[in-house]
Structure formats: C-alpha cells, structure tokens
Design a binder for this molecule. Structure first.
Ligand SMILES: Cc1cc2nc3c(=O)[nH]c(=O)nc-3n(C[C@H](O)[C@H](O)[C@H](O)COP(=O)(O)OP(=O)(O)OC[C@H]3O[C@@H](n4cnc5c(N)ncnc54)[C@H](O)[C@@H]3O)c2cc1C
Length: 500
C-alpha cells in the first residue's frame, strides 16, 4: 500500500519543478526537504535586515521558466515580478579600466569594436550562431529527456540547428572563443562564463561558449530575491495539492529488489510510494542512499567515476552606501591564462584563491527592497578547493575575507569599501556542504566536462533502479536555474509516459 504516488528527495528547483507538474497531472506527491526552506542553491535568507541570496544571482534563458508555468497551466507573471537587468556585466581591470556589456547586442558590439575593429563582424557571426544554438538547440534539449545516443539523434532531427554545434563539442570554451575573436580582451571577458558551469575555459565544452551570447536575450532578477523562483513553483505545487515536509532528511531509498518503493527519513519514518524522484547529488543518492548492494556492478562503477564539481566560497556584505560599481554583476577581470591557472595550479594544489578573479553581485542594484533603506548588498564569489593544503576553511574565513577585500580595494579600485561594511558573512565550501548536503561543497553537483554531459550524465530515468528518476544539477542538462528547471520538466515527461 503506497502513501504517495511520488516522493521527491529535496526541494531544489529540479525537484519542485517535477513535483509541481506531477501534482497538476493528478499524482499524489510529497517533497521531503532536509532544511527548513525551499530552493536549495536558489534561495535567499534574511540576516540583520539584509536578504542575501545563497547561490544563484541571476536568470537567463527565462523562457524555460515560462515553459514550466505553461505546463502548470499558470502565468508566470502572476507569481514572479521580473526585474530586467542591464548591463549584463561590468568589468574592473587591474589597470583601472572599466567597461560594461549592455544587453543590446549592438551596444555590446560598439564596446567590442573599441577593443578591436575586426571583432565587430566577429561578434555578428558569434551572435548569429549563438542565437541559433540557444533557440534551435539548447532551448529544446534542456526540457527533453536526453538519455541515450538515440535520444540525441531524435533531437538532432527535430532541431537541425544542433548539427552546426557538433564541431564545438570537440572544442573547448577557450578554443571556441579564439576561433571567433581576435582580441585577447574580448576572448577573456567572454570566457569568464566557463566558470558558470564550474570549469576553466580550457576544460569547459565548446558549445557552452554560446552562453556568452544567451545573456543578450535578456537577464532578470526576481523582486524579493532568488528564492521567489522556487517559492512560485512551490505555491503552484501546493495549489495542486502537493505537500512539502521540512526538516525531513532522507536517510535511504527503500528498495524491493531493484525497484525503488519509497524513502526512509532520519527519524525512521518510512514513506511508501510508486516512484522516487531524486533532486540530490547523484553520487550520494546511488552510493549512500541506495547502496552498492542494490546496484549492478557497472552502475556502481559508473557513478563512482564522476567527479563532483568545484565549490564556490561566497562573501556576503551588508553596506551602508551604494558601491562604486556599474552593474548587477561585475567581473574582476583576469586573463585566460590566469583563469586556467585557477584550476590547473590552485585548485589542483588545494590553495586558497589569491588571484583576484571574482564575480561581484550587487542585487540591491536591481531590487533596493532587499536591504534597509539606503543600504546595499554585495556578494563576492570565487572558485576554490574543498580541502586546503594548508589549514582548514573554518580557521581561514577571516583571512579569506580580508584577502578578497584587499583585491577589491587595492587592485580593482573600490578604495573605500571597508568603510561601509556593516556586516560580513563568509560561506565556505564546508559550510555549503553542511547546509545543503552537497558532497565536497560542489556548486553544480557533478563536473560538467564533456564526458559528464548530455547522455553521459546520470540519467533522468535510472537504468539501474526501477521507478527511480533524477532531477537537478546531477542529471541532464547540468547546473543552473533554467537547466535544473528543465530537468524537472523532462523528468515529468518520462514519468507521465511511464505511469500516465
Ligand atoms: C554560488 C552559486 C551561484 C550560482 N549562480 C547561478 C546564477 O547566477 N544563475 C544560474 O542560473 N544558476 C546559478 N547557480 C546554479 C543554480 O543555483 C543551481 O544549479 C540550481 O539551483 C540547483 O538546483 P537543484 O535542482 O540541483 O537543487 P539544489 O539546489 O541542489 O537543492 C537540493 C535540495 O535537496 C536538499 N537535500 C539534500 N540532501 C537531502 C536529503 N538527504 N533529504 C532531503 N533533502 C535533501 C537540499 O537541502 C536542497 O534544498 C549558482 C549556484 C551556486 C551554488
């Protein structure tokens, strides 16, 4: 006798998206969440009157969210108040230069042409292919089950735009941009996004480089903080009768032979269901919550072979004045070589970040209501190892904070930032792992290199365990707000087909 049709482990974006569609389709659905809040990496918490985002700080490819709400029979504008963000980025360089990339591609073209005349027409070509890649390929595959080579072939026939992208599958992010652009500055300023999937330009798959165009289709911030996105999905889920249980950490998946039949919580409660949907790290799911004893040898070996993605320590600052910045997002500019060295030298040798490369996000630029009147929020994100060669993150928070502030003040010209800090919090990779149970503090669950992408990534419908489905950053299409929502849509398509 089942208690539910579907039990979902985790109230992140992937889990909530799948759950809400299932609830709308009449499945009795329960979401079990370990913490007391929804959204996982896409959430917001209040501290001393400041509303800090835990992780995600912007939304692009917004039409995936529209697609979710269409599947739910709702209008997204009834649930989320989108604030358009423009320019996309500001850049601060070590020699005191500043420039921005506006959303309007023609305005960005002017900036690029200022660096290198030839890169104006190069930008046009990049933009054209980028637009096709986004609309004819990524836009479709993100919400489509994509588990086998056969699935890839089917998508290819439906979306011929994909064929043009094939050659970039064999290239990396860096070589893709070098093929298009001549100026080192243009190449580097567009390569920073490779870290948006948690990889350096030399390792990130080439087709991801078109992300640098996708943001020119518009980027948005939800009024009230990033948590408004999962909150909107959770609201619809509950309107359709779905239930969310907080403080409900799943200890294991209940198995009957090779079939998932429910979950057991840490307090011993057992919940029986027709299917289990996981929104947590796939390695934790298979190796800890299911266990090797329930997996065929090939599956245990395959899942063990994935690397978890790089962590992203964050500094959250409350300020009593507006920072001297030009955009919601600012990159402290660095060269391609430096971006690769962050990975090949620092990450591999377990060093604290000390190159000054960071993404500074200024959410109160878009939404002043996130902080007390006249006050502002800055989030500073870098990429760094979980284990450090010298010392432990818990003892190095202060040193890390001071080093990053020194970079901002001394190298990048925000001279008086320290004078305006009213509060500072550092979330280290260890904090992240404790908070969200992300192994290794991983920012995007599993590494997104080519051998862990598309049908090489853990499948939306498990092959090893019957009635088990995956959503979120561990499965197709990987990390990010739109991709994880897309994974929920794609998983719900499979479930509706299997259990319809
Ligand atoms: C620092 C940072 C910055 C980012 N910036 C952006 C950005 O600007 N734009 C963008 O598009 N994306 C961004 N991302 C990525 C994006 O936020 C994530 O990829 C996405 O939110 C992950 O969603 P998910 O569905 O994988 O679930 P997760 O967010 O991983 O949520 C999983 C949930 O499962 C719960 N859980 C874990 N274990 C258990 C258990 N055993 N039992 C019950 N519950 C459990 C966790 O508490 C959590 O709530 C960023 C991420 C980070 C960390």
């Amino acid at each position: 006798m089942q208690d539910y049709d579907a039990v979902v482990i985790g109230a992140g974006l992937g889990g909530l998206s799948a759950a809400s569609i299932l609830a709308r389709n009449g499945f009795k659905t329960l979401v079990c969440e370990n913490t007391t809040h929804i959204g996982g990496c896409c959430s917001t918490y209040e501290d001393n009157g400041y509303n800090f985002d835990i992780g995600a700080s912007i939304v692009e490819l917004w039409w995936i969210i529209d697609e979710l709400f269409e599947a739910l029979g709702k209008k997204v504008s009834d649930y989320i108040d989108w604030i358009p963000v423009d320019p996309i980025y500001g850049f601060l360089t070590a020699d005191g230069q500043r420039f921005t990339y506006p959303v309007d591609p023609d305005e960005t073209r002017k900036v690029i042409t200022g660096f290198c005349k030839a890169d104006g027409p190069n930008w046009d070509a990049f933009q054209k292919l980028g637009s096709e890649a986004i609309h004819k390929a990524f836009g479709q595959i993100m919400t489509t089950p994509f588990m086998t080579f056969g699935d890839a072939m089917k998508v290819m026939t439906k979306a011929p735009g994909m064929v043009k992208l094939l050659k970039y599958m064999g290239l990396n992010f860096e070589t893709t941009l070098c093929k298009f652009f001549e100026s080192e500055k243009v190449r580097a300023s567009m390569s920073l996004q490779s870290y948006f999937v948690g990889l350096p330009p030399a390792l990130c798959p080439g087709y991801i480089a078109f992300l640098a165009y996708s943001e020119h289709e518009g980027i948005f911030y939800p009024r009230g903080g990033m948590v408004q996105i999962p909150a909107a999905i959770a609201r619809v889920f509950e309107e359709y009768g779905g239930e969310i249980k907080f403080d409900a950490r799943v200890k294991r998946v209940l198995m009957d032979g090779n079939k998932a039949v429910g979950v057991e919580l840490m307090d011993g409660t057992q919940i029986r269901s027709k299917m289990v949907i996981s929104n947590i790290n796939a390695k934790t799911l298979y190796l800890e919550h299911i266990g090797r004893e329930h997996l065929p040898g090939w599956a245990a070996k395959a899942i063990s072979s994935y690397e978890v993605s790089i962590p992203a320590p964050m500094i959250m600052l409350g300020l009593d004045a507006a920072p001297d910045l030009d955009a919601h997002h600012t990159f402290c500019y660095t060269t391609l070589d430096e971006m690769n060295a962050i990975w090949f030298e620092d990450y591999y040798s377990h060093k604290l970040p000390d190159r000054g490369f960071m993404l500074v996000s200024w959410p109160t630029h878009a939404d002043p209501s996130l902080a007390p009147e006249g006050h502002h929020i800055l989030n500073m994100v870098t990429f760094a190892p979980y284990e450090l060669a010298e010392g432990d993150w818990d003892d190095l928070k202060e040193k890390y904070l001071e080093t990053q502030l020194d970079f901002l003040e001394q190298r990048f010209g925000l001279r008086d930032i320290r004078d305006h800090i009213t509060m500072a919090r550092v979330t280290t990779p260890k904090d992240f792992a404790k908070m969200l149970l992300h192994p290794g503090g991983a920012v995007y669950a599993l590494q997104n290199d080519i051998m862990a992408s598309a049908f090489f990534r853990p499948r939306l419908r498990s092959k090893a365990v019957k009635n088990l489905y995956l959503t979120g950053a561990s499965t197709h299409f990987g990390g990010g707000v739109p991709p994880t929502i897309g994974s929920g849509i794609a998983a719900s398509k499979l479930i509706t087909k299997d259990f319809g």
